[in-house]
Design a protein around this ligand. Structure first.
Ligand SMILES: *Cc1c(COP(=O)(O)O)cnc(C)c1O
Ligand code: SF4
Length: 328
């Protein structure tokens, strides 16, 4: 039997039960009568290190609200869909999505270390969209045949829940395709399970011909503790370009002061804000949505607080568009 790495042990030890989560932050169902405690189709899942950053006794904690299943998720809200991005139509071979010119995205795994309640993945069958035993040969062939593709994006789910042996092998085969210059990883692990950024990972990620880019996903400055600072600094020292994307969420970060503090905390740790996403209108996430007038007010205030390079681009994803769509 191969022994698990430290980060894999931590991944396995994640909490997946509402009552246990509430008790770890000194709350009861009485404090949070809106919590959903029965088993859910999109399971609760959160690493213990992330729970440690929640404020005990606070039912409105911004980290808690991102992961806590609510009864209202079961409501059917008109205008909210199960495949809001129409992903199922941009999938030429299993495991590969190409929506935009010059870059292709590999859905490495359906697994995540954390299940974010607002995520469109709660319905999209990513678990059915990786090549499984058929391997990555069709996807690699597609990349070889399309020499306008300069960048490959590892996505998911969260690609960093996959073992380094698999990722390093894939990266090696991609590095052998001459027209590909950049390897980008979209991941939440440096934030929610920073122990993932270890020597084994850094060796393959920064050790090839490909320019390493990482797009993190951090929504609130309270997510950044000493362990995250350490991971970001290790990535930076290894030569990775670090960017962050955030989802604008009612009750979590719908406030210009919080978003400005987030940009500043990331910048201190070599990470530039990239995108501020409007919520995808996914069934079960309506309670995170904000009216456009409020979004504009928050964004205008944010622009007034920060230098331009610390203001993320406000975007939404519109199916069929040639890129993410800039708002305002
Ligand atoms: C968002 C996304 C990308 C990356 O877009 P950028 O604007 O380059 O960050 C690439 N492929 C797919 C399918 C995407 O959804
Ligand atoms: S894909 Fe990203 S946003 Fe969605 S649940 Fe996984 S970590 Fe969260």
């Amino acid at each position: 039997m191969t022994s698990l790495q430290h980060w894999q042990e931590l991944l396995k030890q994640g909490v997946n039960n509402t009552k246990e989560l509430l008790s770890l932050v000194n709350l009861t169902e009485h404090d949070l009568p809106t919590a959903l405690t029965s088993p859910q189709p999109f399971k609760l899942r959160v690493p213990r290190g992330f729970i440690n950053r929640m404020q005990a006794g606070n039912p409105n904690d911004p980290l808690l609200l991102q992961v806590l299943p609510l009864l209202s998720e079961l409501d059917l809200t008109p205008g909210y869909d199960t495949d809001p991005l129409a992903e199922s139509t941009t999938n030429p071979v299993p495991g590969l999505l190409q929506k935009y010119k010059s870059r292709a995205l590999l859905t490495i795994t359906g697994a995540c270390a954390i299940n974010c309640r607002y995520c469109f993945r709660r319905h999209f069958p990513y678990s059915d969209n990786n090549p499984g035993t058929a391997g990555w040969q069709l996807a690699l062939d597609y990349l070889r045949q399309h020499n306008d593709i300069k960048e490959v994006i590892f996505s998911g789910g969260d690609p960093l829940t996959a073992p380094d042996t698999i990722l390093a092998n894939l990266a090696k085969q991609i590095a052998a395709i001459p027209h590909i210059t950049t390897l980008r990883i979209h991941t939440r692990l440096p934030i929610v399970l920073p122990e993932r950024i270890n020597d084994e990972f850094l060796a393959w990620f920064s050790g090839s011909r490909l320019k390493p880019v990482m797009v993190m996903h951090c929504n609130h400055p309270q997510e950044i503790d000493a362990s995250v600072v350490n991971a970001l600094n290790r990535l930076h020292k290894a030569g990775a370009i670090l960017l962050n994307q955030t989802v604008l969420l009612k009750g979590v970060n719908d406030n210009a002061t919080i978003l400005a503090a987030l940009s500043e905390a990331l910048f201190e740790n070599h990470t530039l804000p990239y995108y501020l996403h409007l919520l995808d209108k996914v069934q079960g996430a309506a309670h995170f949505d904000l009216p456009m007038t409020e979004v504009s007010a928050i964004y205008n205030e944010l622009m007034a607080l920060l230098p331009g390079y610390l203001v993320p681009k406000l975007v939404r994803e519109i199916p069929g568009a040639a890129s993410k769509t800039t708002i305002i």
